[in-house]
Structure formats: structure tokens, C-alpha cells
Design a protein around this ligand. Sequence first.
Ligand code: CP
Length: 314
Amino acid sequence: MEKKLSVDHLLGIKYLTKGDIELILSTADYFKKVLQQPIRKVPSLQDTTIANVFFENSTRTRLSFELAEKRLSADVVNFSASSSSVSKGETLIDTVNNILAMKVDMVVMRHPNPGASMFLAKHVKSKIINAGDGAHEHPTQALLDAYSITRKFDVPHLKGKKVVIVGDILHSRVAISNIYCLHRLGAEVMVCGPTTLIPKHISALNVKVEHNLRKALEWCDVANMLRIQLERQDIKYFPSLREYTMMYGVNKQLLDSLGKEITIMHPGPINRGVEITSDVADSGQSIILQQVENGVAIRMAVLYLLSGKSTIGG
Ligand code: CP
């Protein structure tokens, strides 16, 4: 297996090789063991400063990156657009260059515009990690999702596994990154949702398309439920949330009627009672909190590997 990533930045899964993904997952295995020890910390990045630059709301990704950085002993600074000089008209490049002038080595950025992290990587001298850019990509989410599936089934790759991504595919960076990542690891991928929320040319990505949720669930081993991203929708894509739930929400009764047990995932935040009921989200079939837990190890692996350090302990 390769020992170094083929990329200098993590901008999207599209730009990673299968070897890159396998290296990140196996490195996450090491860090997961670190996180299970009494002292959940290693000195690997103790001479590294990382800025978390968030232009869009986040709970899981921001906290997970910050914890990952602290567990690696990095120095951490946090920036959120709502309390910054961006509101006074400063450009993205000027903002980040000012942060870098304070001797920051890596920038983790979430931004509402697709391609923002790519733009930044071309214009500033720092390692850039995309923490979600509009409807483009959310690479660490896809990596932690793939890692969670391999750990759930205790398998080294996803060959033969069938994963359906359900919901608002049209506005979802999680769906796109998952499709690339799952394919690289050998899984079969289906998308399921109303016609209006499935991009017209999605089959060019070699995914199956199904509009009937029951048929999709009967086909899959794993269902990754997405929320409706109302914040990215400027028109109505379906008559009402109630009707969406009737057609595309998972509930215990539906799962129990399948005659087999499938694994339920969700990247969060959950809209309980819309795409997923509480009795499913909190059930033994759900690995939603394991996804969150695995996210810290995955982000430690990404930060460590991009830093270019040669020994994992320090
Ligand atoms: N999954 C995810 O990106 O969640 P946050 O928006 O809370 O970071």
C-alpha cells in the first residue's frame, strides 16, 4: 500500500486514488485505537498550527476537526464568518492570507460556494482541507461513512456491498463524495428520491436510480438517509414535507416489513420525523453515532497524512 497521499490538499474524493482512500482508512484504524486509550492524544502535530475557517454553520464537522487537531497536539485557531471582518467586505483570499500571516500551516474550510476550497488551494500557500463546499463535495464525511461501513461489516473493502443514498441528492455534497468513495472501494451505489431531487445526469456516475423507497431498501445492505436541504432550495421540489415523508421517510414498520436487516446511516443533522423516525434513528440498526465517533479518527488520519510527517507517534 502507498505510504503517502497522491495529493497535497483534500479538496474532494474525486481527486483521490483507491490507494489514498485505503491509506486514510488504515491510518484511521491506528488513530481509533489511540482514541480508545486512557490518554487519547499523540504528539504527531505538536509543531503544527491549524485554522478552522467556517463560512457556513456546522456542528459535527467543526467539532470533529477541532477534536482531531487537539488529539494530534496541534495548535488550533477557529474562525467563523458571522463574527469576522468578512461582513465588512474582506475577500476570501485576503481573509485566509491574513490568517496565514500568523503562521498557520493548514486550513480546514467550509464554504457555501462549490469550488471555494479549490480556489483557495490555488491562491494561498497552505494545505487546504475541504470541510464541505456548497453542493460540491464533503470528502471527510464520505471517508468516515465508508470507514463506518467497513467496520460495521468487519471487511477491508466494500466489494459486493450495496449502498442506497436516499433523499435530496440534487443539493447534496455528501451524496457526490459518497458515490466517488464507495465506488473506489468496490461498492454498488443506488440513489433514491423524487425525480425533482435526482440530478438528470446522475447515471453518468454509474449509479442505479430508483424512485420507489421500498424497492431501494429491498435491494440494499446499507441505506444512507439524507435530509432535505431547504437552505439550498429556492423553489419547491415536492408538494409538502408531509408528502415527502410518506414517500421517502424510513420508519420501523417499513424496515421490519423488509424481511432482512439493513444498516441505517445519516450524516446529520437529522430532521426526526421527516426522512427518519426516532425509532429508527435510535435503533440497533442505526450506526449514526458510530459515524460521528469514527469521524474524529478519520480527520486525524487526513490531517496527519497531509502534514507529511513521517512517524505516526511524533
Ligand atoms: N455532517 C455534517 O456535515 O454535519 P454538520 O453540518 O453539523 O457539520
